[in-house]
Design a protein around this ligand. Structure first.
Ligand code: KG4
Ligand code: ZN
Length: 346
């Protein structure tokens, strides 16, 4: 008998619904409210929650139609329970509970961040026995040691201040780019010289180098970029935006790849899986592959459409939980906006 999982993702601004059957993706539909935030320069949680509410039923119906299945074919419902925005999460979890209860099928409340890693299986196949995960999203930058994606994930380290995507969005604002700045900086940096300006790498010297070998700090870098721009402008000169974008990108991507591959060496892993919205960054993708090849590490990064938030990541992790015989979540669970990364599910 086949296992058909419907996955619901609503942790931030994307309403994602996907259907995974026996580890294969049948459909993946996403609606976003991102267009509403450009004028605010950031996501407004109340607008996001309301948009999820409006999009939920149409998105579920679209995913079912695309997959060519009906609700009676669904054998389990998976949903993001955290981390994320409390109102947004609540809309998804409420919908998932209603579906699971109405269809009399099990509910699996999963960790969004672990889903960003799990989704890679849909493209690159089964995971090896153990590997390192590098999470780079708008809210997280973490290094994970993964023994089993469903049951055994350890957080080795993470950012002490800003996440990589967050730093990109803040520097985007400094450079006068529209929100979210990440994709704009990516585009501009491709026209710039990455060696023209050398911005500092955080936690690279002295005691910090060993103590924080799996941690990141990007807020000093952000300040360095602000100082640099002020300096140029105070001399009445024009800022070379592509060069700033390229130098800034290099500082972040250099640190992320170096530390993740160092974790692979220390933990004896020959595979690195990269996930999260920032893994769409073209320079990160290129440098991770290049350095991975040199270190004999297979670097797996999902295709662009699976990097930003989507339902497929949730449905896939739900499928992994079922495969591993994990007990379903209770129907009275609540969301956890700060769900720890070593908790794969609730
Ligand atoms: O994973 P995600 O969709 O949402 C969270 O769970 O946080 O990540 C969104 C983040 C934003 O900060 C956005 O600027 C960044 O990913 N991002 C990028 C690129 N595409 C998205 N950052 C750099 N380069 C990109 N190409
Ligand atoms: Zn995400």
């Amino acid at each position: 008998m086949s296992t058909t999982v419907l996955g619901i993702e609503t942790s931030c601004d994307e309403t994602g619904v996907a259907i995974v059957r026996d580890g294969e993706l049948l459909a993946d539909v996403t609606a976003t409210s991102m267009d509403e935030y450009a004028r605010y320069g950031g996501i407004i949680p109340e607008i996001a929650s309301r948009a999820h509410l409006e999009q939920m039923v149409p998105t579920i119906n679209a995913a079912l139609a695309k997959a060519g299945v009906t609700l009676s074919d669904i054998s389990a419902v998976a949903v993001t329970a955290g981390p994320g925005l409390i109102g947004s999460l609540t809309v998804g979890v409420s919908a998932a509970k209603a579906l699971a209860y109405g269809l009399n099928v099990p509910l699996y409340a999963v960790n969004h961040i672990i889903g960003h890693i799990a989704v890679d299986q849909l493209h690159d196949g089964a995971f090896p026995d153990k590997f390192i995960g590098l999470i780079v999203s708008g809210g997280h930058s973490n290094i994970l040691f993964v023994n089993n994606i469903a049951t055994d994930v350890t957080e080795l380290g993470g950012t002490l201040d800003d996440a990589a995507g967050e730093a990109f969005d803040k520097v985007g604002r400094l450079l006068g780019l529209p929100y979210p700045g990440g994709p704009h900086i990516d585009r501009l940096s491709q026209q710039g010289d990455k060696n023209a300006i050398r911005f500092p790498r955080g936690l690279e010297g002295g005691k910090n180098k060993e103590r924080h070998k799996y941690d990141f700090s990007f807020s000093g870098l952000k300040t360095a970029v602000a100082r640099y721009i002020e300096g140029v402008e105070s001399r009445g000169e024009e800022v070379n935006v592509p060069d700033v974008a390229a130098g800034f990108t290099e500082a972040i991507v250099d640190t992320l790849t170096k530390k993740a591959l160092n974790a692979c060496a220390i933990h004896g892993c020959d595979t690195l899986v990269v996930g999260g919205g920032f893994s769409a960054n073209s320079r990160l993708r290129a440098l991770a592959k290049e350095r991975g090849e040199a270190a004999g590490v297979d670097v797996r990064i999902p295709p662009l459409r699976y990097c930003t938030d989507n339902g497929a990541m949730v449905a896939m992790l739900g499928y992994n939980l079922i495969e591993n015989g994990v007990s379903p979540s209770a129907l009275d669970i609540t969301v956890d906006p700060n769900m720890p990364l070593d908790q794969t599910h609730m």
